[in-house]
Design a protein around this ligand. Structure first.
Ligand code: SF4
Length: 318
């Protein structure tokens, strides 16, 4: 069975073996972050609905469970905002009912936390990883390019409310982008907000793969250390995505390598090394397929700090 909505699993340093589930079509989100590694948001929306059918997710999960070892975590993430899918809570319940030992995690952009139905759904998860990049209206609009119905004050209230209600762990992720949200005043506002949320962990992240704009640059290690110092909490971790996702079950049929490469890089741009780890194919075979896809102008490589990242041309990423 070719999965449409589930992906991985990957071996994650913090989560163990984690199976990803995408609950919205590419690229449906309430934000259009300048750094988004999944490309430009094509459906910028606040409308919650069943973007991917609950029955389709159940079908794929049941198939995966029958043919694979159980992962440690099922993680809702992917190319868009999972809380826009109004069946999220029921999907988590379905996992709990059928596989009570598998933990669930939700990566969310936090924008819908002021909606009680969204908070209710998230309360069922074992781990919630919300993002918060900026507190000032100006920085929020510049870095996250939100749907016009959003305002940062309501979002902050929603996160605080959720943090008070929730019994699981909250790992707050802050994406640092030099020139967008790393001024001292922006960081002091973030510090105040984080103090109120009181998460179990603060994760500092920065650009690792190409974003939607070519003129943005990652924060250096030194800059991230400066941010950590200004925020000043004991529980801050600087996370590097490449170290987080290190190995995957090699289950690829060699006949479908082109399709697998395209599916993988349409979710997020990858280096050859990433693809080797994710797809578990032979280096020479991967090289051959990448060259072929490049020559046919289906994919292109962009040079970044960590190497050449491949992405599809049809997604408007050229
Ligand atoms: S980074 Fe996340 S929240 Fe931002 S546009 Fe991409 S999918 Fe949406």
């Amino acid at each position: 069975m070719q999965y449409k909505y589930i992906f991985g699993p990957v071996l994650s340093r913090r989560l163990g073996i984690s199976l990803g589930v995408d609950l919205v079509a590419h690229k449906t989100c309430s934000l259009d972050c300048v750094y988004c590694e999944c490309g430009k948001t094509t459906n910028l929306t606040l409308e919650t609905k069943e973007y991917v059918r609950f029955s389709d997710i159940k079908k794929e999960l049941n198939h995966f469970w029958t043919h694979n070892d159980d992962p440690d975590y099922i993680t809702f993430s992917g190319a868009g905002e999972p809380t826009l899918n109004n069946r999220l809570g029921q999907i988590i319940e379905y996992i709990k009912d059928n596989k009570p030992h598998i933990k669930t995690a939700v990566l969310t952009n936090s924008t819908l936390f002021d909606d009680p139905a969204v908070r209710q759904a998230l309360l069922k998860a074992d781990l919630v990883i919300p993002s918060l990049d900026a507190v000032s209206k100006k920085a929020f609009i510049r870095i996250n390019r939100p749907d016009k119905g959003l305002n940062i004050t309501d979002i902050l209230k929603g996160i605080e409310l959720f943090a008070r209600e929730y019994k699981g762990e909250i790992w707050l992720e802050v994406f640092i982008l030099p020139g967008f949200n790393n001024s001292e005043s922006d960081l002091m506002l973030l510090k105040e907000a984080i103090k109120k949320i009181d998460p179990d962990l603060v994760q500092l992240n920065t650009l690792d793969r190409p974003g939607t704009m070519s003129d943005i640059a990652p924060a250096s290690k030194l800059e991230l250390e400066r941010v950590r110092e200004i925020l000043g909490f004991d529980n801050i971790a600087i996370i590097a995505k490449i170290d987080d996702n290190i190995k995957v079950a090699p289950k690829i049929d060699t006949k479908n390598i082109n399709a697998a490469i395209l599916k993988t890089i349409s979710r997020r741009p990858c280096t050859k090394q990433d693809l080797l780890q994710l797809l578990g194919v032979d280096t020479q075979i991967l090289e051959k397929h990448i060259t072929m896809l490049e020559q046919e102008k289906i994919i292109l490589g962009k040079l970044r700090e960590r190497g050449i990242f491949y992405q599809t041309i049809k997604d408007g990423n050229s």
